[in-house]
Design a protein around this ligand. Structure first.
Ligand code: SF4
Ligand code: SF4
Length: 323
């Protein structure tokens, strides 16, 4: 075993005597080797203030048709319900930036490469294997995007960045072009990370640049039901008329509030090979999209997150930007 020691030798209760404390730096080094950029470790605790904010956000209907956001509310706000006995949450980021400028019809950068869920899950499996080998039969449960875990809240608490006015996690050195992932565990660490301060200041570029006014005027609050990402991917009905002239060429997702953010000016392309933009996807023009057969679509998106929207929806989105 490495990076582990014991505390509480004078305490009478046996399980306290054998409370294992892991060196956080040892784990961080391992996670760096797997390619994760920033790593923050926080104590698992119930999210009381955030529970109130989530409830209020849902009550306003800002999640639109994403009814899955209403489900598992208790699990979202309580790590102990996600992983009974959870003591710590380890949050990590993985850069997906590519410096290729999206051309109309535009696809959000995160979706140009392979499906991040699969890429990250592979890495998470390696983490679980490493931790079990080092520390024995521990409780551990990973998450990437689709689990009922408030990832941005934990990332902020772990100092990966502050949650900007565009509601994304922003790191002062890396910007915001990264995926968030993490795991909960019953392991305890010798050091826990602290949040960093908000550097948005008086900037409001994202608020002013958002074509659909999805970001509230004061920032930090998103009406996702107006966001182009939601409209082009999640919304099952036709995109409402009021948004038709506001899509700015986007047919899958939208990067505008990241493109305008000054903290992204030093962004470096990802070195995760799987996130390299698929050249076949990049060369599709408007006419190509509209003529795509099911078969070509299937091949093109077999490893891509784009398949989430479905070909029919994509074609509708493309037609809309031609109006
Ligand atoms: S992704 Fe686009 S539509 Fe959504 S909040 Fe950002 S700028 Fe607005
Ligand atoms: S664009 Fe400005 S206000 Fe918006 S998230 Fe970035 S720094 Fe904050």
């Amino acid at each position: 075993m490495s990076g582990l020691f014991f505390i509480g030798l004078s305490l009478p209760i046996l399980d306290t005597i054998l409370t294992a404390i892991i060196h956080s730096n040892t784990l961080k080094q391992e996670l760096n080797l797997l390619g994760f950029d920033q790593i923050g470790i926080v104590k698992a605790q119930r999210l009381n203030a955030e529970a109130f904010q989530l409830e209020s956000w849902l009550n306003k209907g800002y999640h639109g048709q994403m009814s899955y956001m209403e489900r598992y509310f208790d699990i979202r706000i309580d790590p102990d319900k996600f992983l009974p006995g959870a003591k710590s949450i380890v949050m990590m980021s993985l850069n997906y930036f590519s410096d290729i400028e999206p051309k109309t019809p535009k696809v959000s950068r995160y979706a140009l490469g392979e499906d991040y869920h699969k890429v990250i899950r592979k890495k998470t499996k390696a983490i679980v294997a490493y931790l079990k080998k080092e520390y024995g039969d521990i409780a551990i449960r990973g998450f990437v995007d689709s689990a009922p875990v408030m990832e941005r809240v934990w990332a902020e608490k772990g100092g990966l960045g502050w949650n900007g006015k565009n509601t994304l996690t922003i790191n002062p050195r890396k910007g915001s072009w990264f995926f968030l992932t993490g795991f909960m565990t019953d392991l305890m660490f010798d050091h826990y990370d602290d949040p960093i301060r908000d550097h948005c200041g008086t900037c409001r570029r994202c608020i002013d640049a958002c074509p659909t006014n999805a970001i509230h005027q004061e920032g930090y609050l998103l009406d996702a039901s107006k966001c182009i990402s939601y409209l082009t991917i999640e919304l099952r009905n036709a995109i409402p008329k009021e948004f038709h002239n506001q899509m700015e060429g986007w047919v899958y997702g939208c990067d505008i509030c990241q493109e305008v953010c000054p903290w992204n000016r030093f962004a470096q392309p990802s070195n995760v090979e799987e996130f390299n933009p698929n050249p076949d996807l990049l060369k599709l023009g408007t006419k190509d999209w509209l003529e795509l057969s099911d078969e070509v679509w299937g091949n093109l998106t077999s490893k891509s997150p784009i398949k989430r929207a479905g070909l029919e929806k994509l074609k509708e989105n493309v037609k809309l930007i031609l109006e």
